[in-house]
Design a protein. Structure first.
Length: 215
């Protein structure tokens, strides 16, 4: 990657050598002198945009085997993703801009993070992929919240086992259990029939297995 042109006092135009005082001034110059938008200009010289993006990010070793993440500064705008701008152009999600600069084409599908850091805009950590691929990677890397880790959860593994045991022992209806545990009857139905919290084993099921040793 070329040395960043943004550390000095000026931003030179790669087309004619004109010195602008900053990237925003450069965007105005290329528009006036060459009839190019900032996107058009950086599309011709993507290394300059990537160098600027790297220099204005925090370099963090989240996954050392992948190299440093370029964590874009500023407030997250959507589930941890960050925005940035090509000088003189509207804001866009930084990781999508990084793929555009790296590949020369705006990503038509999702942009997936190999490092699992949503604020990262290092193109070496990014690839274009489908929603199905994203969901598969999320499951493989155990990124998804489940059970009591979901911020709206009203049940945890112990309460789930208790609900199933009380229902299995008889005498408790869905309505009774819903009132006792402070959830809806449909929630009880999902727990009992293992449509939710399916990963929570029942104590009786664990005790009944062939490998169970009672002493």
């Amino acid at each position: 990657m070329p040395a960043s042109p943004w550390r000095g006092e000026s931003a030179p135009c790669r087309l004619c050598g004109h010195e602008s005082p900053n990237p925003k001034g450069l965007a105005k110059h290329v528009q006036a002198a060459h009839g190019l938008t900032a996107f058009d200009y950086y599309g011709r010289f993507p290394g300059e945009f990537l160098a600027r993006l790297r220099d204005t990010a925090d370099l963090v070793e989240n996954r050392p085997e992948l190299g440093s993440c370029w964590e874009v500064r500023g407030r997250p705008v959507r589930r941890g993703y960050k925005t940035t701008r090509v000088a003189g152009a509207p804001c866009a999600l930084a990781h999508r801009l990084a793929v555009w600069a790296d590949t020369g084409a705006w990503p038509e599908d999702l942009v997936l993070h190999r490092c699992d850091v949503r604020a990262c805009a290092n193109p070496a950590h990014l690839r274009v992929g489908s929603h199905a691929e994203n969901m598969r990677e999320r499951a493989q890397r155990e990124r998804a919240c489940r059970g009591a880790d979901v911020h709206t959860a009203q049940l945890d593994a112990d309460r789930v086992r208790a609900i199933r045991e009380l229902y299995r022992d008889g005498g408790c209806t869905y309505a009774t259990l819903a009132a006792e545990f402070g959830v809806s009857r449909s929630a009880i139905d999902h727990v009992v029939n293992r449509r939710t919290f399916a990963w929570v084993p029942d104590d009786s099921a664990r005790a009944g297995g062939e490998d169970f040793i009672p002493w």
